[in-house]
Ligand binder design. Structure first.
Ligand code: HEC
Ligand code: HEC
Length: 204
């Protein structure tokens, strides 16, 4: 089945695409204890608060953050980049000017990262940068602020984004000397589902 899916993807995507195949296998709702759900959330939090994810999930000032081997401290994106209310730089300089939409990995030391969908900030509602674990947990479990998703649809978003060579796939395999988000995509999906099946418990 996985092979069939890969064959299908290879028909629609250019060669060399950074595409990840993963599965969403939700446990029965209520089958995971609150304690195990909270432990799963801690692992989810380690991923979403990591710079490879949180640097794009920023607040209403519309300024992307960056960090990496050359910039050990996380700080505002250089070159006065402002994503504007469009979150894609339409008002000034589009992100895609430098972050090309491409399957070619950005492996050079100061290459602008690339993905197969147009580079842009996450919507303001989905702010993670500088937020506590409890705040991110509340946001991710609120359909009014997470793109209208229940816990299974959150996991499906991760699977589908990665299957299109999107930002989630990039965060786990950023290339070059950039540190990837911890763990791997499949474990992250499994943790989101465990947390969800426990009723999306949040830390105090
Ligand atoms: C003028 C070119 C340019 C533009 C325009 C630009 N970027 Fe960047 N961006 C870069 C470069 C180069 C890097 C890599 C810096 C490095 O690691 O040396 C980068 C890195 C990043 C990172 C770093 C992630 C990390 O690993 O820490 C994020 C997030 C980011 N850009 C978001 C954006 C967004 C969102 C926009 C549009 C609003 C944008 N950028 C516009 C050149 C640009
Ligand atoms: C280049 C910027 C960028 C990076 C890097 C990025 N995201 Fe996002 N993220 C987005 C955008 C844009 C959306 C809105 C897409 C939508 O709702 O369909 C989003 C939405 C999401 C959502 C939807 C629900 C919610 O509550 O926020 C999840 C989950 C998510 N991202 C996970 C991740 C994870 C995990 C990583 C790191 C492995 C990551 N993202 C890295 C831009 C980014």
């Amino acid at each position: 089945m996985i092979r069939a899916a890969l064959v299908m993807l290879s028909l629609v995507l250019p060669a060399g695409a950074e595409v990840t195949t993963s599965v969403v296998a939700p446990p029965q709702e209520g089958s995971v204890s609150r304690e195990d759900g909270l432990a799963a959330w801690d692992r989810v939090h380690a991923v979403v608060s990591h710079p490879r994810c949180a640097n794009c999930h920023v607040g209403a000032d519309n300024i992307p953050m960056w960090s990496g081997p050359e910039y050990p401290q996380t700080g505002p994106h250089g070159m006065n980049i402002d994503a504007g209310d469009s979150r894609i730089g339409a008002e000034t300089l589009p992100c895609a000017t430098c972050h090309v939409t491409s399957s070619a990995p950005a492996n050079g030391p100061n290459d602008a990262p690339a993905a197969m969908i147009d580079w842009q900030l996450a919507p303001v509602d989905m702010i993670w940068f500088g937020q506590s674990s409890a705040q991110i947990c509340a946001q991710m479990s609120d359909p009014a602020r997470n793109g209208g998703r229940d816990w299974i649809q959150l996991a499906e978003h991760l699977r589908d984004d990665a299957a299109h060579g999107g930002f989630v796939a990039w965060g786990f395999a950023p290339g070059g000397a950039r540190q990837p988000a911890p763990g791997d995509l499949q474990s992250h999906i499994d943790d989101v589902l465990k947390w969800g099946a426990a009723g999306q418990p949040c830390p105090e």
